[in-house]
Design a protein around this ligand. Structure first.
Ligand code: IPD
Ligand code: CA
Ligand code: CA
Ligand code: CA
Length: 268
């Protein structure tokens, strides 16, 4: 990729290197007897020692190169910084898959400039793929330029989704999914929001939606999806957020957004 803005080029290089190192640590350093270190919002919302180690590696590496930048990381990194750049980090997206030795997990790193996502990197070591995007510069996996799938009819769309770990919301999320299923080709629950968004970017899904994401789950992947020509958003007229995150090929986006609005997908 040719990134003309030298600051964005630097942020991309640092994000790629931090993600590569964390991905290698997670892939090569996964203990055979890996267990849950603690739980967060509910007993199914788990954290392992490796989530924490990966976040330490990433923030340590980035802070060494850019000490003035801010951080927001799932495992606790939080500082405003003074440079106008903030790193938004999910050190291990797909912890439940990782815990069970399932391959669908990723490291997600985004850089924001004055609150706008300008760089996104999603490293998926078990796929051997690294997805990246710079604002206005397209999305890539290695040399391959990513492009969202040509839009099918909604009833021919393969739709990814996820269910948050806040247990009180899950029955309604299941209800929404149950009503989406008869309207589309099929649904998938991969277990990593960052990879779901990159799958929309790469044409491996027509669309993806989820209620209850945090900024670290979606920042990098949403930029990658947009730079691949997909549309992203939340409820009608809103940007993607914890309320609702939707990414889709342009021709499916509005119809799916309408359906999710009708089903109250953002409700608790
Ligand atoms: C989770 C994954 C999952 C999604 C959850 C997220 P984590 O992130 O992205 O696919 O359904 O909402 O919390 O906890 O594995 O980083
Ligand atoms: Ca988590
Ligand atoms: Ca996550
Ligand atoms: Ca995580």
């Amino acid at each position: 990729t040719d990134v003309t803005d030298p600051l964005l080029a630097e942020l991309l290089d640092l994000g790629l290197e931090a993600a590569r190192r964390a991905g290698a640590l997670l892939r090569d350093g996964r203990p055979d007897d890996l267990t849950v270190a603690k739980t967060k919002t509910s007993p199914i919302d788990v954290v392992t020692e490796m989530d924490i180690a990966a976040e330490k590696l990433i923030t340590g590496f980035l802070a060494e190169h850019r000490p003035q930048d801010g951080f927001l990381g799932e495992e606790g990194a939080s500082s405003p910084g003074t440079s106008g750049i903030r790193w938004v980090i999910d050190p291990l997206d797909g912890t439940v898959n990782y815990l069970y030795g399932r391959p669908t997990w990723a490291v997600s790193i985004a850089a924001e400039r004055d609150g706008e996502t300008v760089v996104g990197v999603v490293e998926a070591p078990m796929r051997g793929e690294t997805y990246r995007a710079v604002l206005g510069g397209g999305a890539y996996a290695g040399e391959r330029r990513l492009a969202a799938r040509p839009s099918p009819e909604l009833d021919q769309a393969l739709v990814g989704t996820g269910f948050g770990y806040i247990q009180s919301r899950r029955a309604h999320q299941a209800d929404v999914a149950q009503r989406v299923i008869p309207r589309v080709r099929d649904i998938r629950r991969g277990g990593s929001a960052a990879i779901d968004l990159c799958d929309v970017a790469a044409g491996r899904l027509d669309a993806y939606y989820e209620r209850g994401l945090n900024p670290w789950d979606l920042a990098a992947g949403a930029l990658i999806a947009r730079e691949a020509g997909a549309l992203t958003g939340g409820r009608p007229g809103e940007p993607e957020s914890g309320e609702l995150t939707l990414a889709a090929s342009p021709g499916v986006f509005a119809l799916l957004q309408e359906l999710l609005e009708e089903l109250g997908a953002w409700h608790d």
